[in-house]
Ligand binder design. Structure first.
Ligand code: TYM
Length: 338
């Protein structure tokens, strides 16, 4: 039996990087799953508050994000979909794992270093919750006994940490209580910003033109891609180091199209070698519009149906509480808490 677990922060409308890099895999895994596979997907609101959020805004984003998970094709009959804070075992296991987690290891995490890079030692600004963020993420996957975790490339380090924590816990208590999960990195593992193609596409970048949202209209998608930063080299080629902007557009095209399994990005670039950059952008925009349109249309109807969203969240929480309880009993017994 397999247990798939993954999470996304409800901090705004998911973007094309979230979709191609993770969410699309979630749906694919769901649609291809055999009956002995459990699928669990969480809106990680406790992770969201590691950065200060406006309460009203967060409440709204939680609803919107749930509607989006339905819009992309997750089926609550098949997948457990829940808000992380509805299942207290996540925070509880986090505490127990914190007593095992190395601060040195946490301090070397890329995300921590990036987010605190501009702060001096002992800064009042860096918070404990941001520092221990990966411990909560480890608790998320371990509390449900996940065997596989589909994510984009930026989460690989956090999951390596989760495996080490699980192994360390099992060694310390001499029992196989926690299962180190396997990371499933999606083929579109790193979609870059449209305006700064050396950075990943992200919800938090200041420039809204840097990302395409799953709610963007056809026109907005076209205009964002049209103004994407490229370069002034001749022709079209796939060279991520030398031509990050153009290569990102080819990546987006490649992963948005139907051809995904048959051709490489290099082969795709060779096919399009004769196009102008403007024509390339038009092709990419057309493909992205086709990917997003059905999602956006489904989203618009789900997001209006608050009663259904609440019912799905409640049902998901109930199932996730039951799933987490199994591990918590073993963990508490192993540690001597019961
Ligand atoms: P989050 O909310 O930042 O992103 C959700 C998913 O989208 C992927 N992703 C990308 N993939 C490709 N290109 C991009 N530009 C891009 N941006 C984001 C992420 O890799 C992720 O898979 N810490 C996690 C949430 C989390 C989680 C977990 C994930 C909490 N607990 C347990 C897996 C298992 C996060 O902040 O993802």
């Amino acid at each position: 039996p397999r247990t798939i677990f993954s999470g996304i922060q409800p901090t705004g409308v998911p973007h094309l990087g979230n979709y191609l890099g993770a969410l699309r895999q979630w749906v694919k895994l769901q649609d291809e799953a055999s009956s002995d596979t459990t699928l669990i997907y969480s809106l990680v609101d406790l992770h969201a508050i590691t950065i200060r959020q406006d309460p009203k805004q967060l409440r709204q984003w939680k609803k919107d994000s749930l509607a989006m998970l339905l819009a992309i094709g997750l089926d609550p009959q098949r997948s457990i979909i829940f808000h992380q804070s509805d299942v207290p075992a996540h925070a509880e296991l986090m505490w127990i794992l914190s007593c095992q987690a190395s601060t040195g290891y946490l301090g070397r995490m890329t995300q921590w270093k990036d987010k605190t890079a501009n702060e001096k030692d002992g800064s009042e600004k860096s918070k404990l919750g941001l520092f221990s963020y990966p411990v909560l993420q480890a608790a998320d996957v371990l509390v449900h006994g996940a065997t596989h975790v589909p994510v984009g490339h930026d989460q690989a380090q956090h999951l390596e940490f989760a495996r080490q924590l699980a192994n360390g816990f099992n060694e310390a208590y001499g029992k196989n209580v926690l299962m180190p999960p396997e990371t499933l990195i999606s083929p579109a593992k790193r979609i870059m910003s449209l305006t700064e193609p050396d950075k990943k596409m992200s919800k938090s970048h200041a420039n809204p033109k840097s990302r395409i949202l799953l709610t963007d209209s056809d026109d907005v998608i076209r205009s964002k891609i049209k103004s994407a930063v490229t370069d002034s080299y001749e022709g079209i080629s796939y060279e991520p180091e030398r031509r990050p902007g153009v290569s990102n557009l080819i990546d987006i095209f490649y992963h948005s199209g139907e051809s995904v399994e048959t051709e490489s990005q290099v082969a795709l670039a060779e096919h399009m070698a004769g196009l102008s950059l403007r024509a390339l952008k038009e092709e990419v925009a057309m493909a992205v519009v086709e990917v997003i349109r059905p999602i956006r249309e489904r989203y618009e109807s789900f997001v209006r149906d608050e009663a259904t969203l609440d019912a799905i969240a409640e049902e998901g929480a109930r199932k996730a509480v039951a799933s987490a309880a199994v591990t918590m009993t073993d963990v508490k017994r192993a540690v001597g808490l019961v």
